[in-house]
Design a protein. Sequence first.
Length: 161
Amino acid sequence: MQAVKVAQQLRERLTGLVEQAGYDLEDVVVTPAGKRRLVRLAVDKDGGVSLDECAELSRDVSAALDAAEDLLGQQPYTLEVGSPGVSRPLTLPRHWRRSVDRLVKVARHDGSTLTGRVISADDESAVLDVDRAEVSLAYSDVAKAVVQVELNRGSHERGEG
């Protein structure tokens, strides 16, 4: 429970810094790791986040954590800054917007499921290409949605493989 509380406090303190740098703070996880703590931040932005950007942001976040001794105290920590990855559920309109042209699997509140490619997304809904038909999907109807991993997608679109 302590790790969850620390993660929430870190989120509150770091959101402004991360947003000022041009990113969205998607997740903060704190995990005990022996005598240390592992602090993981997931950040994202339109167009994605590069490794160099994660490294730069990591330096800024580390400096802020070192200056804020009340958050982590004297206990050493390891900081990891990365992108959320494809396994993150699509829970916010910005997640859908950033998934345009990606294949997603959706479970609806009514128990039905569908898989389609995101054509467009706004603040209320997304439009999916499901078997060559456009389907409008209100976010309020979505119980869970995740991006599907597509291996060799490019070669199939070019008629290869």
